[in-house]
Write a protein that binds this ligand. Structure first.
Ligand SMILES: Cc1cc2nc3c(=O)[nH]c(=O)nc-3n(C[C@H](O)[C@H](O)[C@H](O)COP(=O)(O)OP(=O)(O)OC[C@H]3O[C@@H](n4cnc5c(N)ncnc54)[C@H](O)[C@@H]3O)c2cc1C
Length: 312
């Protein structure tokens, strides 16, 4: 027989762990199902400066370790398993995982998202050491340094303009000879004195000694490769990658309403299916950060607990 819970939470990133804390404190029997390890995307970053209360030397892993301990303290259980299928209709929701099947009165989807990668040598090694996927998170670390932005769509150009408030110079590296961003965004970008463009170019390799200090780029038309080396006084430059962002929601397709793969919720994190909530980066919203994921998780759990109480 399937194990039964009041609330099952899918994903142990900041949204899922915050939901676990709030559900546990509401005296709900609660299970978090996580396919990898605690923490979600933020475990990739060695420094997080913008989570309220994280004044110094806070890393992604240390922050989410406290999230996880706090959820466990209030009785929230956790398993490592991958959710493969869900049946969300009716009063008993079924969550089928690789190893086991669970049943719940309410489900919180907190499965997150992930940025698309360049896929070149050095990218993983220098993530958080020069390579970033989030300007809001990391722009301040590049105050007065040189920065490169990879991509040519709306997000890349908007984030590049944001980065010009911090960096000495920002160069957009784009594989085509024109931007894909909306014309209104392009007009603003072309007027920005701190912004330069490297057309028809792709990044082939990211290099350095512990920290990113050079990269090999290739002109896709001529095949010519060039090595860009950090200014001697700087010793480092930043590479911000904005070539797409993918929500981890394939399992929920056709089960809840979505827009471009992101789950649609109201401001109380309710999806269109009674008893099913979504929180964090997997839902339609603008600011995808730890603080907003945690807030979503708290709201979703509070609403889910209310829903479960009202069923009884
Ligand atoms: C490199 C990097 C640096 C960042 N820096 C900052 C920063 O400085 N400040 C900041 O506020 N934000 C930062 N962010 C953004 C922040 O990490 C995210 O906004 C936040 O983690 C979103 O939390 P989440 O819980 O919604 O999703 P996620 O963190 O994506 O967690 C989702 C979890 O769900 C699990 N999961 C997915 N599908 C399934 C499934 N089918 N079955 C079981 N488990 C599943 C995943 O394994 C994952 O652990 C950064 C992101 C990256 C990539």
């Amino acid at each position: 027989m399937a194990k039964q819970y009041d609330i099952v939470i899918i994903g142990a990133g900041p949204a899922g762990l915050a939901a676990g804390l709030y559900a546990g404190r509401a005296r709900m029997s609660t299970l978090i199902i996580e396919k990898a390890k605690d923490g979600g995307q933020i475990v990739q970053t060695a420094e997080i400066e913008n989570y309220p209360g994280s004044l110094e030397e806070e890393s992604g892993p240390t922050l989410v370790a406290r999230f996880a301990a706090q959820a466990a303290k209030f009785g929230c259980e956790k398993v490592i398993d991958t959710v493969q299928e869900v049946d969300l209709e009716g009063p008993v929701k079924k969550i089928v995982c690789g190893k086991e099947t669970y049943e719940a009165k309410a489900v919180i989807i907190a499965s997150g998202a992930s940025p698309a990668l360049i896929g070149c040598p050095g990218e993983a090694e220098f993530t958080g050491k020069g390579v970033s996927y989030c300007a809001t998170c990391d722009a301040a670390f590049f105050e007065d340094f040189e920065v490169f932005v990879v991509g040519g769509g709306d997000a890349a150009v908007e984030e590049a303009m944001y980065l010009t408030k911090f960096a000495r110079k920002v160069t957009i590296i784009h594989r085509r000879n024109e931007l894909r961003a909306a014309k209104s965004i392009q007009e603003k970008a072309f007027k920005n004195d701190k912004l330069e463009f490297m057309w028809d170019t792709v990044v082939k390799e990211l290099k350095g000694d512990g920290i990113l200090s050079s990269m090999v780029v290739e002109n896709v038309k001529t095949g010519e490769q060039t090595e860009i080396v950090a200014d001697e006084d700087d010793g480092i430059f930043g590479v911000f990658v904005f070539i797409g962002f993918k929500p981890a929601t394939a399992v929920f397709e056709g089960k809840v309403d979505m827009e471009r793969g992101y789950i649609v919720t109201d401001q109380e994190m309710r999806t269109n299916v009674p008893g099913v909530y979504a929180a964090g980066d997997c839902r339609v919203k603008e600011l995808r950060q730890v603080v907003t994921a945690a807030a979503d998780g708290a709201i979703a759990a509070w609403q889910a607990a209310r829903y479960v109480d009202e069923m009884e």
